[in-house]
Write a protein that binds this ligand. Structure first.
Ligand SMILES: Cc1ncc(C[n+]2csc(CCOP(=O)(O)OP(=O)(O)O)c2C)c(N)n1
Ligand SMILES: [Mg+2]
Length: 427
């Protein structure tokens, strides 16, 4: 496990640094004729921020709100009001109240699982945990848009997508406890193992999608990555290949606005979804805290892929409410007021407000869900504590398919070292 914290040694923004791009460029012309209208691209000039001793008073995240941002696809406002969108409404039109409660349940249980895992790390039961706090809608909306025959390539934080793919949540914890190298069979759920090498899974996804196309299958592939990953060469290369081979892949970027301590303004001078244009495929920015909008946009993008129209970049605009991982301390480089502002856009509270105002859920539903959360938490705790320690020599397995002389030598050395310990039990 190599997700290491590089918590900022010093804050790097001045109070005068930009708070985001002023951007009015429309979504790609290939996107559904959304309520987003085409206007000229414009962005404020950014002055390189001089290093300062303390963090800026102003939040550094891009200010993106529906209305202010015509390109942001949103179906539910932060207050939980349903807003119409002619282009994307059809993709959620068939949802029943039960479906809506299902999305809510998915998000609540995912958050509960995530909180439990964070607590388990604090209790020493896990070596590390990468929390998804705040990204539940981005993950559940997109995960529920996939079909069982689609193939998903996650990064290391897609616990909500794993949930939608029916990967048992306890299986996600083995690697973070250090007892296995993955924890589930990727082919059982078409959900690849977590990938720690930032951005590399976009290449795997693109290659896989090219294979799907060659097979003549009508399934699609979706690759998850972060705003920071968008700076990796692997991501640029996969965009090129996907585009020129018209691969049936959806690039799903969760822009949570931070790559550990680096804000998005250090990754890009244009909104990320606009990168797609340069590669020749559509890019769409969706409110990543709005589960309905994410579901609709991802369904649209997956259908494009399935029907031979090629790749799409979906930028789910969201926020990482917690630390990067349990090894990180975001307060070293990030202002509290930023998080507080995003708490007001909480994806779960937003859907709850809608369920209540539309009379789609009664009090009993929420109470039952609370009880279900408790029992999920208990199940996760018990499962983690019961995980057997691996044989220390197992770390030499799976390096080479047919073995290797050097690995054999190292294994023998390590075995001898292990054997040199005296059993002091009862001494
Ligand atoms: C190739 C590579 N470089 C650096 C790292 C160290 N690293 C781990 S997570 C991370 C930040 C990733 O940020 P982002 O892509 O925005 O994803 P997020 O964690 O915010 O979801 C970095 C640099 C890595 N794992 N792999
Ligand atoms: Mg990020």
């Amino acid at each position: 496990m190599t997700v290491e914290s590089t918590a900022a040694r010093k804050p790097r923004r001045s109070a005068g640094s930009k708070t985001g791009t002023t951007r009015t460029t429309a979504q790609s012309a290939d996107a559904p004729a959304a309520d987003a209208s085409a206007t000229a691209a414009k962005r404020t000039t950014t002055k390189r921020a001089a290093a300062v001793k303390k963090p800026a008073a102003k939040p550094a995240t891009e200010t993106v709100t529906a209305g202010a941002d015509p390109d942001l696809v949103q179906l539910l406002t932060p207050a939980g009001e349903r807003v119409k969108n002619a282009a994307y409404d059809p993709y959620v039109a068939a949802l029943t109240p039960e479906d809506l409660r299902g999305l809510y349940r998915d998000m609540v249980l995912t958050r509960r699982f995530d909180a439990e895992a964070t607590a388990l790390q604090r209790q020493g039961e896990l070596g590390l945990w990468a929390s998804l706090l705040g990204q539940e809608a981005a993950q559940i909306g997109s995960g529920r848009a996939t079909r069982p025959d689609d193939y998903v390539f996650p990064t290391y934080r897609e616990h909500g997508v794993a949930w939608c793919r029916d990967v048992d949540p306890t299986n996600l914890l083995g690697m973070f406890r250090g007892v296995n190298n993955g924890g589930w069979d990727p082919n059982s759920n078409n959900f690849h193992l977590y990938t720690i090498v930032i951005g590399s899974q976009t290449l795997h996804a693109t290659g896989y999608a090219m294979g799907v196309a060659k097979d003549g299958a009508d399934s699609a592939v979706i690759a998850y990555f972060g705003d920071g990953a968008s700076s990796q060469g692997d991501v640029a290369e996969s965009f090129t290949f996907a585009s020129v081979y018209n691969a049936p892949v959806v690039f799903f970027c969760q822009n949570n606005q931070w790559a550990i301590s680096e804000p998005t303004e250090r990754q890009t001078r244009v909104p990320l979804y606009q990168r797609a244009q340069g590669y020749g495929f559509p890019g769409v920015r969706v409110d990543g805290n709005d589960v309905l909008a994410v579901l609709a946009v991802t369904k649209w993008a997956l259908e494009r892929a399935r029907s031979g129209e090629g790749p799409t970049l979906v930028e789910a605009f969201t926020y990482r409410m917690g630390d990067h991982t349990t090894s990180d301390d975001a307060s070293r480089y990030r202002h509290d007021d930023e998080r507080v502002a995003w708490e007001a856009k909480d994806p779960i509270a937003r859907l709850r407000a809608y369920l209540e105002s539309s009379n789609h859920a009664e009090e009993g539903f929420f109470a039952e869900l609370e009880a279900e959360s408790e029992s999920l938490g208990r199940r996760v705790r018990e499962a983690v504590r019961a995980m057997p320690d691996p044989d220390p020599l197992a770390m030499f397995e799976h390096t080479y398919a047919d073995g290797h002389a050097l690995v054999d030598e190292e294994r023998a050395q390590f075995a001898a070292y292990q054997a040199s310990f005296t059993d002091v039990e009862g001494a």
